[in-house]
Structures are given as C-alpha cells and as structure tokens.
Design a protein around this ligand. Sequence first.
Ligand code: GAR
Length: 190
Amino acid sequence: MKNIAIFASGSGSNAEVIVRHFQDSDLARIAMIVTDNKDAGVIERIKPFGIRVKIISPQQLSDGSLIESLTLAKIDLIVLAGFLRLIPKDMIEAFPQRIINIHPSLLPDYGGKGMYGMHVHRAVVENEEEESGITIHYVDENFDEGEIIFQDTVEVLEDDTPEDLAYKVQQLEHRHYPDVIEWVLTQLDL
Ligand code: GAR
C-alpha cells in the first residue's frame, strides 16, 4: 500500500476527486493533505473523510521540517492539486520523480510564475486560442517545467468566456488526474 500526500492551496475540487478515487483502493491511500492556507476550501471539503490535514507556514516548506513530517508519514508520492508555492530543491531531491502537478493549460504554453487558475483561462481566451487543455507533469525546481506525463485537450469555442473554459478544463482534470496518479504509482518501484 502506497501513501499519498496531496498539497492544495485552494478549493480542493481535485483533491476531493482523488480522495474519493482512492477510498477503497488496494494500491494507495491518501495519508495526508498539506495546505499553506489556513482558509483554503480544501480543509472543509476534506473534513468528512477524516484525513489528516497539515497546515504549513512558508518556513516549514523551506526549512526541511515538512520533509521530515512526510518521511515520518512514509509518504511515497506527493500530488500537487492547486498548490501555488514553488517546491524547494531539497524536497525534490528527497522525493525524486515522486512529486507530480496538474496545470490547467497545454504546457509549455501558459505556464510559469503567476500563471494559475483563472489567470491562465483569461489569457487563453484573450489570445483567441482554439484549443486549451491540461498537463500533468513531474515537478522540478521551476514552475510548470518538469517532464510531461500526460496531456489532454479541450476546444475553445469563439464565444467561450474564461469561466466556461475553466469549467471544461476542470471536468478534464477530474476525469484524468486519479488515473494518471495510478499510473505514476505503478512506476515507483520500477
Ligand atoms: C486546478 O485547475 C489546477 O490545475 C490549478 O489550480 C486549480 C485547483 O483547483 N493549478 C495551477 O494552476 C498550478 N499552476 P481545485 O482547488 O479546485 O482542485
């Protein structure tokens, strides 16, 4: 049985879908939710599932104490689901190829610092792109730059608002993230 930690800063809709997916799994369990925001929606959302929630300060992320907690909890895989802080180098070294992220665009387009959530969708609509999508990737030291594991696309219609696009992209995220996490788990011991 593998242990997953989900990191989330926001509403936590992806976190909830992942938690539900692994509720009866023989492969992995969600051992911990980590958030850097004491007011994040994910905290209330996850309450019914009785999973440990760890609220961290920026200092705990950077001074190595979070790595210690994750190691103590025997975490095998870290899943970022709307976590907006940069993952420090020492954490990436402590969990090589064991930290993944989801991003609401077709990277390398519309990635990088400040490109998250609605900022992405507004830019895509403003630029009259015909296509957007999701990217799931391994995490490296830069925002949105690690090796890509999976992408899928959605059509951007001429009259789509950023909100319409956000909805379509979110549906795609919920459909694919749990299955991609399962695939990544199968790669851990290879
Ligand atoms: C998701 O759309 C995810 O792709 C995005 O934050 C949202 C979190 O939604 N992540 C990024 O933009 C990372 N750069 P949620 O809290 O409802 O799961």
